[in-house]
Design a protein around this ligand. Sequence first.
Ligand SMILES: NC(=O)c1ccc[n+]([C@@H]2O[C@H](COP(=O)([O-])OP(=O)(O)OC[C@H]3O[C@@H](n4cnc5c(N)ncnc54)[C@H](O)[C@@H]3O)[C@@H](O)[C@H]2O)c1
Length: 347
Amino acid sequence: MAARSVATLLKRSVSAATSTQTTRCMSSSSTPKRKVAVLGAAGGIGQPLGLLMKLNPLVTDLSLYDIAGTPGVAADISHVDTGARVEGFAGEQDLGEALKGCDVVIIPAGVPRKPGMTRDDLFKINAGIVKGLCTAIAEHCPGALVNMISNPVNSTVPIAAEVFKQHGTYDPRKLFGVTTLDVVRARTFYSSLKGLSVREVNVPVVGGHAGITILPLFSQASPKVQLTDDEIEALTKRTQDGGTEVVQAKAGKGSATLSMAYAGALFAEACIKGLNGEENIQCTYVASNITDLPFFSSKVRLGKNGVEEVLGLGTLSDYEQNGLDALKEELRSSIQKGIDFVNPQHA
Ligand SMILES: NC(=O)c1ccc[n+]([C@@H]2O[C@H](COP(=O)([O-])OP(=O)(O)OC[C@H]3O[C@@H](n4cnc5c(N)ncnc54)[C@H](O)[C@@H]3O)[C@@H](O)[C@H]2O)c1
């Protein structure tokens, strides 16, 4: 597919995904410069995500960082005939330069899940990677919006928060766990079950980003169609197990990369639009007080400062309320695991 048609497709998808959720649009006379970094840019998610960010007209500078392999990826992506200036950085000595001046930092660095592995099995490796990268963000671009993709997101976001607190740079409005793939899956599964146009469909997904902590709210889906209890159960389970479905189908060759890159690109664009004054509403995992958990995914209004408002859960069905009650213990312990990783003396 030609670059322009991919860009058009992405643009259409992004507007469709956000248009029904946009609360207020403030036009600006000129589009500001926006620098985006992808950390883990040579990986399965990082490569297509880098490409999608290169296709995004809101991105003026694209910084591609990995521990290895980025010069080739950056050279390749830089030949795409869109406006963003691309630079590749390989190795820790270049990380500071990669981050300097960034408005948005997207982190898909780490190891993906293999069959039989839970997201928590990844914890030890990815926790260390995220801690190191966030330390560099605190030093080199403390004001950037951080989009955390590395799993387990339920723990890596609290890890990032603790690292930023230690450096005195923590701003809860600027740290996000990317749960957009759960929303993308819920929209896809709901629309295909009911024969709806997916572009018209929205489904809020709340909670966290692993197994039962992923709670799609089909009672609040739009357009509203009648679902039986069995259909709700099946849609909920498929959304919660979407990651496992891909891991098993790839049979040892990684986890969701292409759909994740698409979801990551949607969310990064929503963040940039917010920074540019075009407020919009997305589901994302953030510091929150809408439940008794310190981090929670829900609808959030994005704007010039990142999170402008964390929105409430709305009215839940009994099925969803039970799901919420059931997920809290697991989510609480994943959050605590992240906090303790950075502060072992308190564990
Ligand atoms: N949030 C989500 O919805 C979601 C969905 C799918 C996958 N993931 C997660 O995304 C992560 C990446 O998955 P993938 O399939 O792209 O894995 P991958 O192994 O293909 O790529 C990971 C990349 O990270 C790089 N990396 C490792 N350590 C690094 C460091 N210190 N600094 C910079 N880069 C480093 C590796 O070199 C590699 O290129 C995994 O943790 C996976 O579980 C999240």
